[in-house]
Structure formats: structure tokens, C-alpha cells
Design a binder for this molecule. Sequence first.
Ligand SMILES: Cc1ncc(C[n+]2csc(CCOP(=O)(O)OP(=O)(O)O)c2C)c(N)n1
Ligand SMILES: [Mg+2]
Length: 217
Amino acid sequence: MRRYKAIETICQSIGKNDAVVSSTGLISRDLLAIKDSPQNFYMVGSMGLASSIGLGLAVCQNNRRVVIIEGDGSILMNMGSMSTIAHSCPRNLLHLVLDNEAYDSSGGQPTTSKTTRLEEVARAAGYRFVRKVGSRNELRQSLTDSTNKGPAFILAKIEKDGSRNSPRVLELVEIKRRFQEWLKDTTDTKPHRNSQRAEAQKRLAVIRNDASSKHLS
Ligand SMILES: Cc1ncc(C[n+]2csc(CCOP(=O)(O)OP(=O)(O)O)c2C)c(N)n1
Ligand SMILES: [Mg+2]
């Protein structure tokens, strides 16, 4: 499977309210080319941070799904975040790693993911759903199977192809502003049903207390 095709498949499963965080390099460039959207945050510059940013978002915005798309080099640089994600256990988080066993964006130098089995790391870290896939069909299936099973981890083995046909992600400040605005515009500010229920129960308890104290006096 090629990176471009893998990202195309992932994009087909992205809902209009999902937030997407993608890692530095060709992954963000391909995502920009395939489906640029205000709901995408391209983490250009600092490799390794997509998973941490995705976790923060998922915890703060638990009414929407957060999809992280990053490379093997990126997750290897910040592997501790897998433990933090599993420990925080955000049900709304999907973590995808496109593994070409290389730093493809910076010249194709090999990473250590040939020998370090990232899906086993995810399993040991405590993700609720873990799958390793090698084809578009398997990826499509695992995207469906992982629904509502977060934190979910999908390791997609892809080819190292070095293709640089997609445009660079520029206008970084504008991308941040656009993403922040999209988050604000699409955040559900209505009180959640559970908190409405909690409020109702509190009021009921006060009424009961009042009634029983009147009864006693
Ligand atoms: C902290 C840091 N180190 C190095 C780089 C340079 N750099 C940008 S992309 C990249 C390779 C990313 O590899 P991977 O995450 O496996 O994605 P791929 O390019 O293979 O799709 C490197 C080394 C960087 N941007 N930030
Ligand atoms: Mg890579």
C-alpha cells in the first residue's frame, strides 16, 4: 500500500465533526492534497508531537472523534505518548501509524520499526483496540471495526516511496487560526444530557431534604 492511497482510505472514514492531527512531512502534504479542511491540524515542524496534541484534544473535546495520522519515525520519537494515551483512555481517539520503516520525508533513512513491533507496544501500553494492516481493504475494515473502541491503534504497513508530488503545507499561522475557529464553531456548548440529569438529581435532593426537615420540625 502506498501512503497516498492509505490516506485516501482514511479520509473516506473521516466524519464532518472529527478533528484530524497529522504529523510532519509527506503525511501532512498528502493529507492537504487529498482533503484539505479546517478540521485538519497539520503538525508541521516538530516531529513526534501529533500524538500528544491529539490526546490533549481528545480529552478536552470528548464529544468529537480525534484522528491522529503519523509516521513510524514520529511515534518512535515520542513513544511515551502511547502509554499516556492508553492510561488516559479517551474513547474518542483513533491513532493511525503509517509505517514505512523509514524517515521517508527526510531522505528515506531507516527507522527501528522493522524490529520494534509498534502494534505490540500499543497492545502492551493498554489501547483497547489494536490492529496491524497491510492492504487498503484491511485498513478499510479496521477503520470500521475500531468504531467506538477507543483508544484505538491501527498500524498500517506502507511502502517507502519517497513521492513528493503533493504541495508543501504553508501558511502555518492561518492553518492554526482556521483550526481553532473550526473547533470553536463546531463545539457543542449545550449542556450535556448527563450534566442536565445530574443537575435535576441535585435539585431533587434539595427538595427531598427540605421536605424531610419540614416533616421533622
Ligand atoms: C524533532 C524533529 N526532528 C527531525 C525533523 C526532520 N524530519 C521531518 S519529517 C522527518 C521524517 C518523518 O518520518 P516518519 O514520521 O516515519 O514519516 P514519513 O516521512 O516516513 O512519512 C524528519 C526526520 C523534524 N521535523 N523534527
Ligand atoms: Mg516513516
